[in-house]
Design a protein around this ligand. Structure first.
Ligand code: SAH
Length: 217
């Protein structure tokens, strides 16, 4: 997985490759997808969500330019796989997950696997997590219609924010860097993520309401 899907596609940071090699992805997938744990694709997890494709996890991690001393905020921790990868490359990771069931499963899994410099909080991460701001790096694993202003505001000087931005079906992975009171924005990859649901994301059930306006009645 690491050589063919990640290194050979241009992610060559030894630290990122080592972290991707170290985290046991098979511990984060559902039993029925075990045989695909290291396959080149995202996989379904509980609550209609997905564990991201290995390449995308590596590419987003790489884009954060972590050196080891950072406080990282992750939004949408899902299975906890990306959280584990980040924790190997930073001082501490605070991860926010909107779905309580996913948050508690990921918490138990990461504890069992021995990861300690991370914590998972339940809530709407589209507003960030002001209590521990500023962050040296912020990673959002769900797609937003635009960069949520509170996330850019919670970046430390020199901080990096990586987030998929765009419509429901396809997005661009964007990196925002905060420096000298200015934000610099660049586009890295095309991508497709599940929606960021919340105050600065999409409205809950927007897509099913469009298909069936009575879905919530
Ligand atoms: N990196 C995760 C990907 C999970 S998919 C993994 O590899 O397993 C994206 C996650 O974002 C889902 O678990 C979803 O519940 C969560 N999410 C969506 N909107 C959110 C919000 N506003 N705040 C926090 N989490 C959110």
């Amino acid at each position: 997985m690491v050589v063919r899907q990640i290194h050979d596609r241009g992610i060559v940071s030894p630290r990122v490759l080592k972290a991707m090699q170290a985290v046991p992805r098979h511990e984060f997938v559902l039993p029925e997808h075990l045989q695909d744990a290291y396959a080149d694709k995202p996989l379904p997890i509980a609550e209609g969500q997905t564990i991201s494709q290995p390449f995308m996890v590596a590419a987003m991690t790489d884009a954060l330019l972590l050196e080891g001393a950072e406080l990282v905020l992750e939004i949408g921790s899902g299975s906890g796989y990306q959280t584990a990868v980040l924790s190997m490359l930073a001082r501490e990771v605070i991860a926010i997950e909107a779905q309580p069931a996913l948050a508690s499963q990921a918490r138990a899994r990461l504890e069992r696997l021995g990861y300690s410099n991370l914590r998972i909080e339940e809530g709407d991460g589209s507003s960030g997590w002001p209590a521990c701001a500023p962050y040296d790096a912020i990673l959002v694993a769900a797609a937003a219609p635009r960069v949520p202003p509170p996330l850019a505001e919670q970046l430390a000087e020199g901080g990096r924010l990586v987030i998929p931005v765009g419509g429901a079906d396809d997005q661009e992975l964007v990196r925002v860097v905060q420096r000298d009171g200015r934000t610099n924005r660049e586009t890295l990859y095309n991508c497709r993520f599940v929606p960021l649901i919340g105050r600065y994301g999409w409205r809950r059930n927007a897509s099913s309401e469009e298909k069936n306006p009575h879905a919530n009645e």
